[in-house]
Design a protein around this ligand. Structure first.
Ligand code: PMT
Length: 398
């Protein structure tokens, strides 16, 4: 996987810079050509000579040196890269990249490259958790950057928390994944997950049995194949690393988030179980059991798939307990979908809450692929394979 691949390794000014030396050494031994860029701040922690000795390659340290090749150094590095890895990445470089600043060799190289970019943050916990850093990470993830989440532990600033640079194994795994199965690199996908909750009063809601697992499997597999992923979720499962996560509760909130997220998306996957009805009135305070028995008046929720328009592939799910295929085909045409996933929720160990699923993938060209019971992650990969068989350039506005 790494043999003969060119990895541009950007090292920024963090105490974890010494760990980048081990990473450079590992990648070189695995057969990669490793071109290191050290920022000015990184050179306060570690010297170019260290990396030169480990990689047997020149080390780039500034914008204005005369490089051996005729073309500008940032352009030649950007073009040669199969992947750019920034490890450790400070809050400063993450902010610069999020806003497209280009004032040193590393930021200009990233701006000029078409290669996948892997960012490995390392910083103080408060800096990492600061909303502005999280917002910058979200922006980059949505643009297709891959993040390797920091670990929790004792930090150089003598506090305990999240911010330690991820382990070498995790970084190498991520590089392998991005280089190996990058058939979704450059695509932006929006996935919904979980069951919506429609409030009756501040403590009660109308909900359903969806756990979010199917949607999360769609999001995680797309991420692993190199896509930029936005996950709009009602689920209580922890947010997967490396995806932009938007927590919502009701169908109306999900609609609002999806409308915003699909603006520059290539694919929308509605794996969520969205309520079709909600209480007409939500009581402001908890309804007491002493009040006489009431009828709950319901009204329709917005149909998200019907409301969102645009030039992207539309994938819907149909969880059915009878007439599976005919009901699913009906949803394909009613909701103007490109693909509908007919989900047989009567099969033992499939559907709501389980780790496995039993589906038939039905496409608008009439093809139907009946899959056996299998893990939701594998189902998700099969669905992405089908999505990728569409010609993205020929899509028209829905
Ligand atoms: O979350 P898990 O526990 O892993 O379970 C997964 C699942 C069973 C929930 C999932 O695989 C699934 O089948 N999701 C669709 C549930 C469903 O029944 O949808 P539906 O038939 O009500 O709607 C059809 C499609 O329209 C769905 O893509 C739905 O997201 C969408 N929809 C529905 C209602 C609505 N108001 N707006 C919508 O966009």
């Amino acid at each position: 996987m790494l043999k003969d691949r060119t990895i541009v390794l950007g090292v920024t000014g963090s105490i974890a810079a010494y760990k980048a030396a081990e990473l450079a050494s590992y990648l070189t031994k695995a057969g990669a050509q490793v071109d290191v860029i050290l920022t000015d701040a990184a050179q306060k922690f570690i010297t170019p000579l260290t990396f030169r000795s480990l990689t047997h390659r020149p080390v780039a340290v500034g914008m204005w040196e005369l490089s051996e090749s005729f073309s500008s150094q940032h352009i030649s590095l950007a073009q040669a890269a199969d992947a750019v890895v920034i490890a450790p990445a400070t809050a400063d470089i993450i902010a610069k990249l999020a806003y497209g600043l280009a004032d040193d060799l590393l930021s200009t190289t990233v701006l000029a490259t078409k290669a996948p970019v892997i960012v490995v943050p390392a910083m103080n916990t408060n800096m990492y958790e600061n909303p502005v850093t999280q917002e910058n990470i979200g922006r980059l993830v949505a643009r297709g950057f891959t993040f390797v989440e920091p670990a929790t532990g004792r930090l150089a600033c003598d506090t305990v928390g999240k911010g330690r640079m991820a382990s070498q194994n995790e970084i190498v795994d991520t590089i392998g994944r991005v280089l190996g199965a990058g058939d979704m690199v450059g695509l932006r996908v929006v996935v919904t997950a979980g069951g919506t909750r429609e409030a009756i009063d501040p403590v009660r809601f109308i909900g359903n049995r969806s756990s979010g697992k199917m949607g999360y499997a769609m999001a995680e597999t797309a991420r692993d194949r190199g896509a930029g992923v936005v996950l709009v979720s009602t689920s209580t499962l922890p947010a997967p690393a490396g995806v932009e996560f938007i927590a919502v509760e009701s169908a109306a909130e999900m609609l609002e988030a999806v409308l915003e997220a699909v603006r520059d998306a290539d694919v929308l996957v509605m794996a969520a179980a969205v309520a079709d009805f909600k209480p007409k009135v939500t009581a402001k305070s908890k309804i007491k059991k002493s009040v006489p028995v009431q009828n709950l008046e319901l009204e329709r929720t917005p149909d998200i798939l019907s409301e969102v328009k645009g030039k992207f592939i539309r994938v819907g799910f149909a969880a059915e307990s009878e007439n599976l295929l005919s009901n699913a085909r009906g949803k394909l045409s009613e909701k103007k979908l490109d693909i509908v996933i007919a989900n047989d929720v009567t099969v033992e160990g499939a559907g709501f809450g389980s780790d496995n699923n039993k589906v038939t993938i039905i496409s608008r060209d009439g093809s139907e692929d009946d899959l056996p019971l299998m893990p939701k992650l594998e189902v998700a990969d099969k669905i992405w394979d089908r999505v990728l068989s569409f010609e993205f350039g020929t899509l028209v506005d829905s």
